[in-house]
Design a protein around this ligand. Sequence first.
Ligand code: FES
Length: 319
Amino acid sequence: MAVTWTEAAVVSRSAATPDIAVIDLAPVAGAAFPAYTAGAHIDVLIGSGLVRQYSLCGPPEQGAYRVAVLNEPASRGGSRAMHALKVGDRLRISAPRNRFPLVTARRHLLFAGGIGITPLLAMVRQLEHERAEYTLHYCARSRARAAFVRELAGDPRVAFHFDDEDPGQPLDLARDLGDPRPDTAVYICGPDGFMDHLLRAAETLGWPQQALHKERFGDPPALAGPAGNGTGAFTVRLASTGAEYLVPEDRSVLDVLLENGVDAPFSCQQGICGTCVVRVLAGDPDHRDDVLTDDERAEGLFTICSSRAFSPVLELDLT
Ligand code: FES
């Protein structure tokens, strides 16, 4: 159930801004990469065991995978390692997965915060190809530090909102998001503060959850901390074997299963990629992911890397 890794080579590398590297990856063995759809991401295995997710932002038909990586000084090393890559270097990647696809709608409203432009750029190209109606709002601290501005400039369906421009065009959500419309799908991607601001505003304006499609960059909030059952510890029971494992307050279900030799699927370990999703058969889950929809949670889906339990025992289907 582990991720299958494919070797890829860096075939091109350029600087979109002083902080953002655009990296093109091509297959090493000659076989083509799997096709992907707008909004998809790949996992990249960096060095010994560090796994990071990057959205694919290049045109899908080119045969290479293009990612754009922000160099974040506060990161745990992933972005630094990616920025150190040179043409000819090799690394291992997963097949693309898409937890953030375009949906069927008459009108599409897209909101990008900073490096959150990457999946939305692929979406805009796809919508353009389909001659669909869309508007992209692209927010960043400054024009000089925003990637792909040149590619998007001049498109009347793209509005830039740069904090440092005077006169600028600040994002006005009463105007730019507006009241809910049943024919409209909203896509939001960016860092935590941006996401929280947009999602709060959407809720205030009355947008239903089903209309909001989101992908968060960086660590999702509220993944840490004790579970809601008082002690923080709980027991996981696997339906397939009946085996029970104690999950201490400071360990995840995934940690405990792997330590006990259970072959559990995982990738990001941050509750954002969906690789580790299993089904809850009994117990009361305390969801702490940022990937499952309310409907998926109601169906019993659960991320073992980040979520916990309100009940003393959680029974999982890990087949
Ligand atoms: S491993 Fe990515 S959501 Fe759990």
